[in-house]
Design a protein around this ligand. Structure first.
Ligand code: DX5
Ligand code: ZN
Length: 548
């Protein structure tokens, strides 16, 4: 999948821009802007045909934001994609600005004045029919909200799109389960559960509603880039019927006190909390189980178990028996495994002369490829870097425990997506974490900052429950789990425990940061932004730590 890391890195920047512009304006809609961030990222990076320097280009596709109140999300992406200067976002909701509370056509890249909910879908169908009459290849991508789906016009449009067999339209429902006043299912349930059934097979769920209107329906996790990308690609293959992607998302995604919280549908974050919000947004982490661990040779099953357990990546350790003594598998096995899952393949090449084989690993379906500094030099890594970059693939570099990050690598740091800091000697899973790696990782942060590394440090080797918290504090954001995950009898539990330990570590960091900002009074203010359940949990942690 193309641009996985470009989308991920831009999503982080966009979330910060959303918070900044709403906070500066003192009003706006953070919740529904944050929930669609990965959706917009996939659309802009991999699907919409557009030219920010020529917004009116007659061959462009169109993005219709029907849930117009989420304009900060749209405006932040339009700025990031080059339609206008990023600092224009500071004029959001100010008199005379082209960036008003709801999109209007003064703003380049805006195709529809969304705001009055329910009409964007009808507008899109009209535009799709016009494209058909013009014999244009234009595709329309429309984002609607679940609260918005209370509007009858949405269902009139649903009927007409099916009647006219509109297949140059992809609708994405940002299914974040919260609308202005409360939770959608309390106000007007979209997922009605029929007698003696459950959400999965009730005939009255939102999925079955759209199916019954004659639409092609794809149900996904709306924050998983690989799933969004796959669904949009699939929607384009459907002929003579419209497609809707039900993107299950989290309102306020990325900021714990906003997540699932109706209070943050339309409330501006106060500036004093921004440093904590930034820390939270920078704390996004990924779990990458290493499938060479454990005794079973059934790699397919291991991948399925990890996918079911909501792993973020599959970490594939390729060993050639030359760079390391051990031999595992090569690109042929990766090709075989590719169709088992959509999860990104995080391929760790422990092979000599990676440049010679890099195309084979690309063609096999890798998403991210990391090579060892010990197996290349500035020139060969430069070639590998360019080959991967030109294909929108994740670019990784790995260093062994005894290896210092070589100076020749510094110039690649701005475009490097991940740096694997090995905490065992490469060659097999199940080894003990080398404790000096904590200090080594921390010592790298200074160089990474200096050379504007915006990627992710991957902790790889001996990572487990007892050291993962410290690995997070060291700066790692991707955690490879071999023996500690795939080597365990219950993979699901292992991944859940990894997550819980990291989330607990993040909370401790936030509490101590809040304490530095304004002592226990400020901690209390920050805790009170959360809902009751989260507030008491954080209160307990703060008390246990002696801050309250
Ligand atoms: C070692 C590999 C690691 C290893 C991780 O050469 O690069 O990915 O498989 O397994 P654990 O977590 O058991 O060390
Ligand atoms: Zn590895």
């Amino acid at each position: 999948m193309k641009n996985y890391y470009s989308i991920k890195k831009t999503a982080l920047k966009v979330r910060k821009l959303i918070i900044d512009c709403i906070s500066d304006a003192g009003s706006g809609h953070p919740g529904g802007s944050l929930s669609m961030v990965e959706i917009l990222g996939c659309l802009f990076y991999n699907h919409i045909k557009y030219n920010p320097k020529n917004p009116g280009w007659n061959k462009r596709d169109k993005l219709i934001l029907s849930k117009g109140h989420a304009s900060p999300g749209l405006f932040s992406y339009l700025a990031m994609m080059g339609y206008f200067e990023i600092d224009k976002l500071s004029t959001f909701r100010k008199f005379g600005s082209m960036l008003q509370g709801h999109p209007n056509l003064q703003c380049p890249g805006v195709e529809f004045c969304g705001g009055s909910l329910g009409i964007g879908l009808s507008f899109s169908i009209g535009d799709a029919l016009a494209a058909r009459i013009d014999n244009s290849s234009r595709r329309i991508y429309t984002i609607i909200g679940d609260g918005e789906s209370d509007e009858g016009q949405i269902w009139e449009a649903a009927m007409s799109a099916a009647k006219y067999g509109i297949d140059n339209l992809t609708v994405i429902l940002d299914r974040n389960y919260v609308q202005q006043d409360s939770h959608t299912e309390d106000i007007m349930p979209l997922d009605v559960i029929a007698e003696n059934t459950n959400t999965e097979n009730s005939i009255y769920t939102i999925k079955n509603k759209w199916k019954s209107f004659g639409w092609n329906v794809i149900d996904i996790d709306g924050h998983k880039i690989e799933q969004i990308d796959y669904a949009i690609r699939e929607s384009k293959k459907i002929k003579n019927k419209p497609s809707i992607i039900i993107a299950n998302t989290v309102k306020g995604k990325g900021i714990d006190h906003m997540e699932h919280n109706p209070n943050w549908h339309g409330q501006a974050p106060q500036r004093e909390f921004i440093p904590l919000i930034d820390t939270e947004l920078n704390s996004q982490f990924m779990i990458a189980p290493s499938i060479i661990a454990g005794y079973s040779s059934d790699l397919q099953n291991k991948i399925k178990l990890c996918e079911h357990a909501k792993a973020d990546y599959i970490h594939l350790d390729v060993m050639d028996g030359i760079f390391v003594n051990n031999k595992t598998f090569d690109f042929k096995k990766i090709k075989e495994l590719r169709n088992v899952t959509n999860l990104p393949f995080d391929v760790h090449l422990m092979i000599s002369n990676p440049l010679k084989y890099i195309m084979k690993y690309i063609d096999a379906g890798s998403d991210i490829i990391s090579v060892h500094v010990e197996a290349c030099n500035e020139s060969s890594f430069g070639e590998i870097h360019d080959i991967l970059q030109n294909r929108g693939m994740g670019i990784g570099l790995a260093i062994n425990p005894d290896t210092k990050l070589p100076e020749w690598s510094y110039n690649f740091l701005t475009s490097l997506d991940q740096l694997i800091v090995m905490s065992v000697q490469p060659g097999k899973s199940g080894q003990k974490y080398i404790e000096t790696t904590h200090a080594k990782t921390q010592s790298l942060l200074h160089i990474l900052h200096k050379y504007k590394f915006e990627g992710y440090i991957e902790a790889d080797g001996g990572v487990c429950q007892t050291n993962i918290g410290q690995c997070f504090i060291d700066g790692a954001r991707i955690f490879v789990g071999g023996n500690a995950i795939v080597g365990q009898s219950n993979v699901q539990n292992a991944i859940t425990e990894f997550r819980h330990t990291i989330l607990y570590t993040i909370k401790k960091l936030l509490i101590s940061q809040a304490n530095k900002i304004g002592g226990s009074k400020f901690i209390e203010k920050w805790i009170n932004l959360h809902n009751k359940e989260k507030s008491s949990m954080i209160n307990n942690i703060a008390t246990d730590l002696g801050y309250m």
